[in-house]
Design a binder for this molecule. Structure first.
Ligand code: PEP
Ligand code: MG
Length: 758
């Protein structure tokens, strides 16, 4: 152990106030402070982050040990990373291994990952947040409580000096010109990955792209004719029909008629006629197109009909495509192919259209991991990052973006070195994706207990991944996506065809079809559920189905017909009472009787189960388990409703705590009730992918997991390393704890041996 000199250090820092007077700038002063602290603590790194009140961000202002190019660029939000957390919670954080802390944030370019030991101390003046003092060292567990004490004393002294220094410097500084948005553009932004992956490409800002494109086309000097317009119309139509066809092959369940609104507008004689009339009156064709597109945009945008409002994006998209075809002969340019889409938020149908046009990635400012746009983005394998709204506003069409939705970083106009390294990383990812996955067909724990791993399916295209990753069946098919992207309810025939594809491909394995789960953050444009102040508490899921019997019956008939030659499980979402479940079962039996009367081939003995997602279902679990053939616990919703934390609200995502004792106890109650009733129980929410939760759930008696197929290899690995008897002891102990932090610590110490061992 190197000899640290904490007492001397405190004395030296006391002299730093004087040092400031000798410093040429605040930066110089901070630099000297970091080097003195690093030297005395014998730490490899010392950094000072200052809190910027206006942006509410911590900015790295000085460092000894990390790359100097990061100074002024590394920005952390309150609560982000260990450093941000220290300031948010106004406490020192000392970590033997920083990377093991769940809050650890990897920051590219600064090689921070080399330094395991991490000590962060907030710099406070009273309760005013001034910044954070951080020391790091490669030797794990290098800092102890004495170091933390010393650093807190230093931070206390530095606080006033830094504040005063800052003040003095602003007085002496010449007036600065307001920076242009381009000049203040950060080199990279931090975000949260909603759908993992890497990509790079030109930004396409939804909402601005068309406006700008329209304006620049209006200024085009080349003369264009009515014939040019007719050619552009024809080319646009051909492209749209082509895109539609491609999509129907690749995504047959959701892509049907996805470009129908585009095509309808294009073929509307009023629309093209209005443009033609303007051209005949002598207006340049691009301007004529632009005028009419704008007229329609105003009409749609100001309509009180939400269905028309939703078409604004389609119209912009169409205008853009039409204009590009009018101006050039390069049809590919009209696509979003290879572009990184930037949008505040997107409807699932808009997301599909962009994916159809082979967009390379997506950046949003709203959404969360369990929101349905994220679920869809993951199924579409579209790397997606959520960033702060103020950051999003800085992104423009011409910027070249490198999107790292593994680490949660977005590079803007990255230099060649960054681009080259990502080109290599992307190639490597593609190579790995092609390798045969290392998954055993059967999963057993370290002590030989059999566990079944099923897949969650959102789109038919997910089936191939599930099969490739050796899922033993489908634990959850989210049937709503074909409903969400259409302009009307899919017919019974259409639904039957979709479900038949699932049954065919999964023949002989478990197949669980969930009935429609709309409402909440999944709305259907063609169903107006009026004025719901709280859609998550509104007419959602099974409630909607029970109120709309004909739609429910159509879906059930389609499921029963698709399952003619195969056993199937039908599952109802958001069941809140025994009454809900019994009513839903009655509708199934009505459908079976109807199909029998008609002589339509069908499955007359489906297994009927429910999702446990509500506190009321937990309270009623024994009765429900008596009536159900199986249950599946939807932790995404269960956590939301137990803790009253909106699962889509990023602002309160820190309150969405799977390790809450109430959540653990509810999970235990549900699993235990199912085991006692002798029925199958699975967990199909995201908690089934969390290593600590996997061990806890095994310990509670869970033997069926259902996850997005890409998680199967990791899930299998953890189960194969776990002794179920050990897991049982861990679960029982965890259930006795009543503080969230205690549970986190307990899991960390108990499970790390299992999770980390190779
Ligand atoms: C859940 O709530 O955990 C779940 C799996 O269903 P969804 O995410 O579709 O609401
Ligand atoms: Mg749910």
């Amino acid at each position: 152990m190197r000899n640290k000199d904490n007492v001397d250090l405190i004395c030296d820092i006391a002299e730093l106030a004087g040092l400031f007077e000798r410093s040429s700038s605040l930066e110089d002063f901070l630099d000297t402070a970091t080097s003195i602290i690093a030297w005395h603590m014998k730490a490899a790194v010392c950094s000072i982050y200052l809190f910027d009140e206006s942006s509410q961000e911590l900015v790295l202002r000085a460092t000894q040990g990390l790359g100097h190019q990061a100074v002024g660029h590394v920005r952390l939000q309150l609560g982000e990373g260990i450093t941000g957390l220290a300031l948010k919670e106004l406490r020192s954080i000392c970590e033997g291994r920083g990377s093991a802390n769940p809050s650890f944030k990897y920051i590219p370019d600064i090689q921070e990952e080399r330094y395991e030991a991490f000590l962060a101390v907030p710099i406070l003046r009273g309760l005013v947040r001034v910044g954070v003092l951080v020391t790091q060292d490669p030797e794990p567990n290098y800092f102890d409580e004495n170091d933390a004490k010393a650093l807190r004393a230093i931070a206390g002294q530095l606080a006033t000096t830094i504040e005063n220094a800052n003040l003095l410097m602003t007085i002496h500084e010449p007036e600065k010109e307001a920076p242009s948005p381009q000049a203040s553009l950060p080199r990279f932004m931090r975000g949260k990955a909603l759908s993992e992956g890497l990509s790079m490409g030109q930004a396409a800002v939804i909402g601005s792209i068309d406006e700008e494109a329209l304006r620049s086309f209006e200024e085009d000097p080349t003369p264009r004719t009515l014939e040019d317009f007719h050619r552009a119309l024809k080319e646009t139509e051909e492209q749209l029909v082509g895109l539609q066809k491609d999509m129907e092959e690749e995504l047959s369940d959701v892509a049907s008629l996805i470009f129908s609104a585009h095509l309808l507008i294009l073929k509307d004689a009023e629309f093209s006629g209005a443009i033609e009339r303007l051209i005949e009156q002598g207006i340049a064709p691009p301007k004529a197109v632009s005028n009419i597109i704008h007229k329609y945009l105003n009409l749609f945008g100001s309509s009180s009909n939400p269905r028309l409002q939703e078409k604004v994006l389609d119209l912009k998209d169409l205008g853009h495509r039409l204009l590009l075809n009018l101006m050039s002969h390069n049809p590919d340019m009209a696509d979003y192919e290879g572009r990184i889409i930037v949008a505040e938020e997107l409807l699932p149908s808009a997301l599909l259209k962009l994916a159809a046009q082979r967009a390379a990635g997506l950046i949003l400012s709203t959404g969360s991991e369990t929101s349905h746009v994220s679920i869809l983005a993951r199924s579409l394998r579209l790397p997606t990052l959520i960033i702060d709204q103020s950051d999003l506003a800085l992104l423009q069409d011409d910027q070249f973006l490198v999107l790292d939705a593994l680490q949660g970083t977005l590079f803007i106009n990255a230099d060649e070195e960054v681009r080259d390294s990502y080109v290599r990383l992307i190639e490597e990812q593609r190579r790995i994706a092609k390798l045969e996955p290392q998954v055993a067909p059967e999963t057993r724990s370290a002590d030989g207990v059999r566990v079944r791993l099923l897949a969650n399916i959102n789109l038919l295209s997910d089936l191939a991944h599930a099969i490739r990753l050796k899922a033993e069946g489908i634990g959850l098919y989210r049937s709503e996506f074909p409903f969400i992207v259409r302009d009307n309810f899919p017919s019974e025939e259409e639904q039957t065809r979709i479900y038949e594809k699932i049954v065919d491909r999964m023949s002989g394995r478990t197949i669980t079809l969930r009935t429609l789960d709309i409402g909440g953050d999944k709305s259907l444009s063609y169903v107006q559920i009026h004025n719901e102040a709280n859609p998550f508490l509104g007419l959602r899921a099974i409630r909607f189905s029970l109120r709309n019997r004909h739609i429910f019956s159509q879906q059930l008939r389609a499921m029963l017909r698709a399952g003619t030659a195969q056993s199937i499980r039908i599952m109802f979402p958001l069941v809140s009472s025994l009454d809900d479940f019994m009513h839903a079962k009655e509708v199934v039996h009505d459908c079976i009787r109807q199909l029998e009367r008609e002589g339509t081939p069908h499955n007359s003995r489906p297994q009927l189960g429910l999702m446990v997602e509500l506190p009321s279902a937990i309270e009623m679990i024994d009765e429900l388990a008596q009536e159900a053939d199986f249950i599946s616990i939807g932790t995404n919703d269960l956590i939301q409703y137990l803790l009253a934390v909106d699962r889509t609200n990023e602002q309160i995502s820190d309150l969405y705590v799977p390790y809450h004792p109430a959540v653990l106890r509810a999970l235990h109650r549900a699993i235990d009730a199912a085991v006692r009733a002798g029925i199958d129980v699975s967990v199909c929410g995201d908690a089934a992918t969390d290593p600590n939760m996997i061990i806890f759930l095994l310990g509670c008696g869970l033997r069926t997991f259902s996850v997005d197929a890409r998680h199967i290899p990791a899930l299998q690995k953890i189960i194969m390393k776990t002794h179920v008897e050990e897991a049982r002891k861990i679960a029982l102990q965890a259930l006795r704890l009543s503080r969230i932090a205690e549970i986190e610590d307990f899991f960390e110490t108990q499970n790390s041996a299992v999770i980390e061992s190779e």
